[in-house]
Design a protein around this ligand. Sequence first.
Ligand SMILES: *Cc1c(COP(=O)(O)O)cnc(C)c1O
Length: 434
Amino acid sequence: MEQKDFAIRNMYADLGITDDVYAFGAEILEGLKERFTQIDETAEYNQLKVLKALQKNQVSEACLLGTTGYGYNDLGRDTLEAVYADIFHTEDALVRPQITCGTHALALALMSNLRPGDELLSPVGKPYDTLEEVIGIRPSKGSLAEYGVSYKQVDLLPDGSFDFENIKKAVNEKTKLVTIQRSKGYQTRPTLSVARIGELIAFIKNIKPDVICMVDNCYGEFVEKIEPSDVGADMVVGSLIKNPGGGLAPIGGYIAGKKECVENAAYRLTSPGLGKEVGASLGVLGAFYQGIFLAPTVTAGALKGAIFAACIYEKLGFKVVPNGTESRHDIIQAVEFGTPEGVVAFCEGIQAAAPVDSHVTPEPWDMPGYDAKVIMAAGAFVSGSSIELSADGPIKPPYAVYFQGGLTWQHAKFGILKSLQSLKNKGIVSKFFP
Ligand SMILES: *Cc1c(COP(=O)(O)O)cnc(C)c1O
């Protein structure tokens, strides 16, 4: 054994990874070199794309400071929004700490661009859980339904393809906005590639050219070289405590898109008449700038972790979505353990790998809004951040765990090995680790 490898193994051993678990991972990694090179190439491209936008907008030291109070003439905020618009190749962008999370950003984009009597269409099946209450699929105070905005949904076909025939039937004179979720979220459908999103948008615009196409871009940013706004989306929307915050943004959301769409969102976020002109950035701009600068490589690390996990757990005989060889369009990895013990052991391993709160043991609990107990592993610098190494699993069949993040590839790798170690220690994978 080489000296170097020996030193690393010793370090892993110190952190509780046994030789057999390490070797299992090492063998998997051997087969991933080519894919990792491709991921690095995408990261390189996106790194330059972000840098180009920062330079073009002449980001200066003064931009990092921020304002208090009303936030008139906040140079850093306005410049950052121009940077986002350049990265996403859109006319304008709204990037604010006052947008509290991804759901808020999406609700804002929808509620500001729809009016009573309009109809919203999802041609890709049921949207993310939290949007059910925004839309009013699950009755909720203040939902779009309460304001007289109706909703239509066309599910994907069983093979995951678009149901073009029924989408065509669903588009009518009331259809104002089409919402397309890129990531599969907590469903089993495939995540949509940007190219497929482009096909869908072209099809819809061909039927009704003035319809607004919005893409829920959560978890998808920087996974590919292009974004949905490069293939016709009028608005792309996401959370800064996922990919584009690069792990540094402590809060926030963004909406990038057509000037009119972004303007509508700004008037709704602040007030008619005020729009983008107010909204102090307080002290977060440094983190927002540095976060978007790091986001391409952070996303690449998370992506490598997702693929590594898929290959490990696939080899152990568990169902993984996406599988070990599929192309990737977001950073989420699902693993079906089939037993509650598997889900719990996995999450305990992820928690034990965390830089913060590694000494606590996660337990399933009754989370609001869920119909089963959920276990969550998160030892993050930013509370709830899912670009950091994290996992969660509802304790109900098929006993799947959803894994994502890792601010560095090295940490993601360690977390996954730690999860495997946890399963081994509990005798859940005894066929492979006697
Ligand atoms: C995370 C996520 C959301 C909601 O974001 P929150 O920050 O959790 O409110 C919406 N859609 C998708 C696809 C997501 O992954």
